[in-house]
Design a protein around this ligand. Sequence first.
Ligand SMILES: Nc1ncnc2c1ncn2[C@@H]1O[C@H](COP(=O)(O)OP(=O)(O)OP(=O)(O)O)[C@@H](O)[C@H]1O
Length: 579
Amino acid sequence: MATVGTSTGFGVCGVSLHSSTSTSLLSSFLGKKLYFKTLTESTAHKKLASPKSKNLAVVAAGGQIFNFVHDLFVGVGVGLPCTVMECGDMIYRSTLPKSNGISPTVPGVILALGTISYLWATPGVAPGFFDMFVLAFVERLFRPTYKKDDIVLGKKLGGGAFGVVYKGSLVKKPSAKDGEIVVKKATEYGAVEIWMNERVRRACANSCADFMYGFLETSAKKGSEYWLIWKFEGESTLADLIQSKEFPYNVEALILDKVQDMPKGIERENRIIQTIMGQLLFALDSLHSTGIVHRDIKPQNVIFSEESRTFKIIDLGAATDLRVGINYIPKEFLLDPRYSAPEQYIMSTQTPSAPSAPVATALSPVLWQLNLPDRFDIYSTGLIFMQMAFPGLRSDSALIQFNRQLKRCDYDLIAWRETVEPRAGAELRRGFELLDLDGGIGWELLTSMVRYRARQRLSAKAALAHPYFDKEGLLVLSFTQSLRLQLFRATQQDYSEAAKWIIELMAKSGTKKDGGFTEAQLQELKEIKPSEKSNVQRNALASALRVQRKIIRTINESVDELNRRRKSFWWSRWIPKEE
Ligand SMILES: Nc1ncnc2c1ncn2[C@@H]1O[C@H](COP(=O)(O)OP(=O)(O)OP(=O)(O)O)[C@@H](O)[C@H]1O
């Protein structure tokens, strides 16, 4: 017959493993079986004095922790009285419930599920550990390495204050094509870029240019320089392609490897732009899912890969890895003001410094949700979308002027449209026409990306699920597509807007018969409501906000506290040095 358990278990049904059972499990596991059974309190005190017994105390404490964790998650063999539990009859044994040996407890299951969801939530604490301690290690064993003497530098491709980029080739070419490489000789920021590229290569290789190797080269003449090597992806960046008069048809020719025999026009152009946006968002989604925010998304940093016929992202020098808190605070001069989102800082300025790696890792899902740093890249991608739709915005000066106009309209694209459309030239009108195709889904997507508040912008994943990407070959939306569009519209509002929208809808939908309220009824409702109620609601909201602020402050303070103790490029030890 079942008895009520005497141990410290949390089981909802009172089930738990008796502590001596689990202790002996652990002790036999540790090969110390006898000690646990014979260690009485008095002898334990005596033994604790010697180092040997200190070890035993540690083992015993370990046993207790094990008990606690075990009891929390699993209950075995003991339960509530038969008045509560189904026990069966000892005489008629067939009525006895079948023992399954182990029964998980409800809080245990909830805790386990919660922990698993937390560990897998963006940017992924658990995958992060696997990546750093397993994948990175295995990769290091097998990947080919290069040194300065293996490389022949060719023409200069670009470069600024933080490094110079060359086209080059390998001395020992694996094949004629594979020998072509791009080499960046970078200053201190090269270390960050090597880290990011290695992370990306393991997590989402197809999103960014194919990174081959990075190392630190020290010479008496030039001091320390980081050398980064990529496969040469192709001749053209999106900036080169966009500047051509042939855009977007030049991209169509590259993606399809042929020119389509179709009349030119905004529908065809829209479809090409849609393809480019899809590829860009796909690459961004992969980066964001692994906890990396690029922070310098612009047409110059999007390269067309001739081999895969897709656009890939380059230049991770300003990127930040929020899984472990690398490059957490942007160096402002690394951000390009033409494409930067208005917030500039992707993390709240109340979180002024990067947490230490373990803290950043543990808190990363919370910090990610509080700040939604990925939306910085989404804003920049929205501006690229605009440049593709409006040829007049493709020059630097036009983009700078547009940014000023948008700022004057409080970053409200709809307000900007209202001001410019009435006096728009043919080119601008054509851009609006292109975005207005298919019931305006292009415009809808654009306005969901270019918004002042990061929280109101779509994520890359949500943008990819937008009906704009469903319309392939269709000019009319299907029923389900328009339903999804409505849903998008509803979910993209902020709370106050949503409340306003519902009230307006209720007020407008008009009569008792329709199931709505007339404005008079709404007024009546307002009057009937006691004023304390709204005070209660306001107080509840204020307390919720206070709690939220307190949580953020506590997290930030502990992050800063821990960070003060340690400030070094701990992760640079991952970067190989040339022997
Ligand atoms: N993998 C690659 N394949 C082909 N070309 C590349 C590749 N990587 C970089 N490039 C070329 O090199 C140029 C400079 O690269 P990148 O933007 O990474 O360097 P940078 O020093 O940050 O330059 P900038 O300061 O101009 O942004 C790019 O514009 C592109 O034309």
